[in-house]
Design a protein around this ligand. Structure first.
Ligand SMILES: Nc1ncnc2c1ncn2[C@@H]1O[C@H](COP(=O)(O)OP(=O)(O)OP(=O)(O)O)[C@@H](O)[C@H]1O
Ligand SMILES: [Mg+2]
Length: 1004
């Protein structure tokens, strides 16, 4: 890629688009705003968001930014077709295809890059399978079916076994891709017999997923083992059987799960079906009740029904010929592991020994389910046998030792059962028919690097290192073949060889060898082993010691540097289980359990049908350690890996690299950082590098001529030999002869040359296009102008007519509106007037009434006043009159008194005369006689009453004439009856007196 950069200085001019590194998006596109001249220290760039940036250039290395491919190449089906082959171009092409066209598959040379869409796409139906069947790889869109078809076709054409190697990190879609590939074979090849072998092949998946898959934080259905399935075909390329090999099951998961993770699905499936009558004897309850299934927290997976999946697992077992009774025994063993995890171990006071209660229900269940002796198991769970040269003795164990031993036993039982099931599946898929060829599908964990990397990551990365080596060799071989075919010297290609790294791991006194050695040392420790590694491998370019640690070591893998922590490497490599415990299991009454722990089972995976094929490695055989290691995990893994490599080397490989586009499992979301990480790790960029190192762009003479004939001069076109034309035009266009090679049928270009030619072609086209555009645009503009003018006039005419009509209409409407307004206003004024008038009349009526009433009241008041005055005046007049009359009377009285006095005087004088007296006496005498009689009557009556004495006396007085008034008073005081009589008498007297006075007055 460095030559690309040197060359790219020729192509760096204004408007050139380049890629610059970016911390968030990994690579960002930018455009030059100024031509670049060799030796300049910086580039003037404009980013896509229009910000301007100065990009510094290291003058010494002259490291210019990567160039962007012409747009015609973006979205290509094959990344190697890109003219500029570098990381940003690959990333951009994948991103554009994935996000803009929803294409999850892209070729990268012989590799199919599959990006996990996290969404069900309608591209896997039967119709799609048939569409791909029989097609050439380049003729159809990239697809896993295209790869499967290619493998199938090559198997038939070359009569050679094939392999599809699917790799990628956890959750990238390896298992799904492998399943689609197997489905493709099952569909297109059909079954040779009526045993429905293809159905059986597909049925192995639910079983293997139940016992080997688990929920992890990265994937809800993560395969915790690697597998290689060989599908066998007969001479007519019909499926006749299959065989499966598994690698490195993650046993630790049986006894420990991290937060938010689960144990193997089968445990939860069994718990979900625990209530079924046939599983009563398993004594299971829900998964939360068991230590081995509840450490991760949530025991369920969203969208997964464990009971339903369990049904599918059982059906798959039945389809593969595992009898019901065998199935029950398998489930018994699985249930027994759960019970073993719940066994309560109590530490004794001394801290050196432990015990298990004889009543421990779980231990009883465990022993009963496995058909082993309870007391023996109870004893050997807490004790171990020590054998020395002279004697054998039994030793107690501490709590931690017992727990470790119990966990180791659980892991061992599960691993054995896993192996047994795999064996059984293989037996069911085995065929007696002669296998002609096979296609193997390898679903294996991709390169892994975490914050803390342990033994498992080491083995996985070791496997990936081997696979990458195999891949590099294969790509190199293909390249070589192509060059040979085209008669081009192939010494020009150089490629990365990771054999030194593999040797560091597996060669004599390599990392694995030293680990096995340390495991054999009685007091071997992880630290001692790490120290030995430092001592031995410090000089290796693939080994480093971290500065701050004495227990970790770094291996420089092809994909990345990985730091491994040596803790527990020894324990994991030894994978010790106490023999006494195994012996008890061997003695089980249950044949399946005894069978599981039979000695023969502990060996490395059995050789498969493929082992019949003679295999020779492409590389010289490895100098393995000559010491026979006793079945350490590392040793077993190395052996099985060698076997796998041998098999792969005899097949034609096809590569599928799965990419996980984001960690959130979101559909069609592309995180460039994560994608680049994986592209580096899975070797896609290495493929690119190999391609870019040689002559990555290839054009057939015919295609080249067709595409670039615009660059050929007119007189050269007269030549009929197209090859000669291509040669002469290339030599005139590209001055450096190393930038291209003429093969037999193709022209080979170094990276960037096609882009350069594309640029020349684009420039030529651009110039021609500008001339054509200029003329056509002028003509178009004229036509357009004329058309516009005519149209404008018509429009104007119509507009004016329309405007006039509108004006007339407006005026009419205005006049009508004025009339309407007039009428309306008049009506409103009339109504208002009427209203005012009515109101005025009413007001007037009221006012007048009020005034009249006021006058009336005034008149009334005056009249009343007059009456009052009249009365008052009459009263006053009467009073005045009465006063006057009174006064007159007084005056009269006074006068009359005066007159009477005078008269009296005269009368007195006269009375004194005898005559007068005589006259008076005539009347008086009669009167007195009457009165005398009356008085006598009265006196007579009164004398008979109380006080009669007084009356008598009065009578006497009367008779006397002068004493009458005094006597009356006395009479009154004497009693009421006399009083009344007296009063009557008095009145009589008064009357007489008055009459007498009157008579006298008249006389006067
Ligand atoms: N082609 C696809 N179409 C739709 N969904 C997919 C596809 N490939 C993968 N997935 C989704 O991604 C999930 C993870 O895929 P898969 O189990 O194949 O990953 P894996 O690479 O095998 O991971 P592990 O290494 O953990 O086993 C699947 O359960 C599925 O939901
Ligand atoms: Mg998987």
């Amino acid at each position: 890629m460095c030559c690309l950069n040197l060359f790219s200085s020729l192509l760096i001019f204004q408007c050139t688009r380049v890629w610059i590194p970016d911390p968030d998006e990994v690579w960002r596109s930018a455009e030059l705003t100024k031509d670049y001249k060799e030796g300049e220290k910086s580039l003037q760039l404009q980013l896509e968001d229009e910000t301007i940036r100065e990009y510094p250039i290291d003058v010494q290395s002259n490291q210019l930014p990567f160039l962007r491919n012409p747009d015609i190449l973006v979205g290509e089906n094959d990344l190697t077709a890109l003219s500029y082959l570098h990381e940003p171009a690959v990333l951009h092409n994948l991103k554009v295809r994935f996000l803009e066209s929803n294409h999850i598959y892209t070729y990268c040379g012989i590799v199919l890059v599959a990006i996990n869409p996290y969404e069900q796409l309608p591209i896997y139906g039967q119709d799609v399978i048939y569409a791909y069947s029989g097609q050439n790889m380049g003729d159809m869109d990239p697809h896993i079916f295209a790869v499967a078809e290619e493998a199938y076709k090559q198997m038939a054409r070359d009569e050679k076994n094939q392999s599809i190697i699917v790799s990628g990190e956890s959750g990238a879609g390896k298992t799904v891709s492998a399943k689609y590939a197997m489905r493709y074979f099952a569909t297109v090849s059909g079954s040779a017999s009526d045993t429905n072998i293809e159905e059986k092949v597909l049925a192995s998946s639910p079983i293997m997923e139940a016992i080997g898959n688990a929920k992890t934080t990265r994937n809800d259905n993560s395969s915790r083992f690697g597998k290689y399935i060989q599908i066998g075909f007969d001479k007519r390329y019909r499926i006749i059987g299959a065989n499966m090999r598994t690698y490195l099951l993650e046993k630790s998961r049986v006894v420990f799960q991290a937060d938010d993770e689960r144990n193997y699905h089968i445990f939860y499936q069994l718990c979900a079906a625990a209530s079924l009558p046939e599983f009563k004897e398993l004594a299971l309850t829900c998964a939360e009740d068991f230590f081995y299934t509840s450490q991760g927290g949530d025991t369920s997976i969203e969208g997964v029904d464990d009971a339903e999946d369990f049904e599918k697992t059982r059906q798959a077992f039945t389809l593969l010929g595992v009898r019901e009774s065998h199935q029950i025994n398998i489930f018994k063993i699985i249930a027994s592991i759960l019970h073993l995890g719940n066994v309560e171990i109590q530490a004794e006071r001394d801290g050196e020994s432990c015990s298990i209660s004889p009543k421990d229900e779980h231990l009883s269940n465990f022993c009963q389910l496995l058909g082993v002796e309870h007391s023996q198991m109870e004893h050997w769970l807490c004790h171990r046998k020590l054998v020395t040269t002279s004697e054998t003795y039994v030793k107690t164990m501490s709590l931690q030792q017992v727990v470790n031993a119990r966990n180791a036993l659980a892991k061992h039982i599960y691993a054995q059962l896993f192996g047994w099931i795999v064996g059984h599946v293989n037996k069911a898929l085995h065929t007696s028919l002669k296998q002609h060829s096979f296609i193997g599908v390898l679903d294996i964990y991709g390169f892994e690097t975490f914050d803390v990397n342990s033994f498992e990551q080491f083995c996985i990365n070791y496997a990936n290192e081997k696979l990458q080596q195999q891949f590099n060799l294969h790509v190199f071989k293909l390249e070589q073949e192509e060059y040979m075919k085209e008669q081009i010297p192939w010494t020009l290609i150089d490629f990365y060889d990771n054999q030194p790294c593999i040797d560091l791991i597996e060669a004599k006194l390599g990392i694995l060898d030293l680990l096995d050695e340390e495991c054999k040392v009685p007091k071997g420790t992880d630290q001692n082993w790490a120290q030995k590694l430092y001592d031995r491998h410090s000089g290796s370019q693939h080994f480093q010691k971290p500065r701050m640690s004495n227990t970790a070591f770094i291996v420089v893998h092809f994909a990345d540097k990985v730091e491994y922590l040596s803790d527990s490497f020894l324990e994991k490599n030894r994978d010790t289980v106490y023999e006494e415990q195994i012996n008890i299991l061997k003695a089980s009454k249950l044949p399946l359990v005894a069978d599981l722990f039979h000695d023969g089972k502990d060996s490395a995976p059995a050789a498969t049908t493929s082992s019949k094929i003679s295999v020779r490695s492409a590389r010289p055989p490895l100098k393995a350690s000559n010491k026979e290691h006793k079945k350490t995990v590392g040793h077993q893994f190395r052996t099985s890996l060698h076997l796998l490599m041998e098999t792969l080397n005899t097949t034609t490989p096809h590569y599928v690299r799965c990419i996980k586009p984001n960690d959130e499992k979101l559909p069609f979301r592309f995180d460039p950082k994560r994608a680049v990480q994986q592209l580096r790790a899975c070797g896609v960029l290495e493929t690119i590098r190999i391609s870019a190192a040689g002559y990555p762009s290839r054009w057939a003479y015919h295609d080249f001529y067709n595409r670039y004939r615009v660059l050929v001069k007119k007189k050269e076109l007269a030549n009929t030999d197209k090859k000669a034309i291509c040669k002469s035009v290339l030599e005139s266009l590209i001055k450096d002869p190393d930038k291209f090679q003429f093969g037999r049928t193709k022209i080979f270009f170094r990276a960037g040359q096609v882009a350069y030619l594309e640029k020349l072609r684009a420039d030529k086209f651009r110039a021609a296009t500008i001339t054509i555009q200029k003329t056509v645009r002028g003509w178009l503009q004229k036509v357009k102008y004329r058309r516009l003018k005519a149209a404008t006039l018509t429009l104007q005419r119509y507009c004016r007519g329309h405007l006039a009509r509108r004006l007339a209409e407006h005026m009419r409407r205005t006049r009508a509106a004025v009339v309407l307004q007039k009428q309306y206003r008049m009506r409103r004024a009339h109504q208002a007037y009427q209203r005012v008038r009515r109101a005025t009349v009413v007001i007037q009526a009221f006012a007048r009434g009020m005034f009249v009433r006021r006058i009336y009241h005034q008149v009334l008041r005056e009249h009343k006043a007059t009456i009052i005055q009249k009365h008052v005046r009459s009263w006053l007049a009467r009073r005045c009159f009465q006063r006057l009359r009174g006064a007159a009377i007084v005056i009269q009285c006074s006068f009359r008194r005066l007159k009477a006095k005078r008269e009296l005087k005269a009368l007195k004088i006269e009375a004194r005369s005898a005559e007068h007296l005589k006259r008076l006496n005539v009347g008086m005498e009669n009167k007195v006689v009457q009165l005398q009689r009356k008085i006598d009557d009265q006196v007579g009556v009164l004398s008979s009453q109380p006080g009669g004495g007084a009356v008598g006396r009065l009578h006497g007085h009367l008779k006397a004439g002068s004493l009458v008034p005094c006597s009356c008073r006395v009479l009154m005081a004497s009693g009421p009856g006399s009083c009344n009589a007296l009063e009557g008498f008095r009145c009589l007297l008064r009357k007489e007196r008055r009459r007498w006075s009157k008579g006298r007055g008249e006389t006067c």
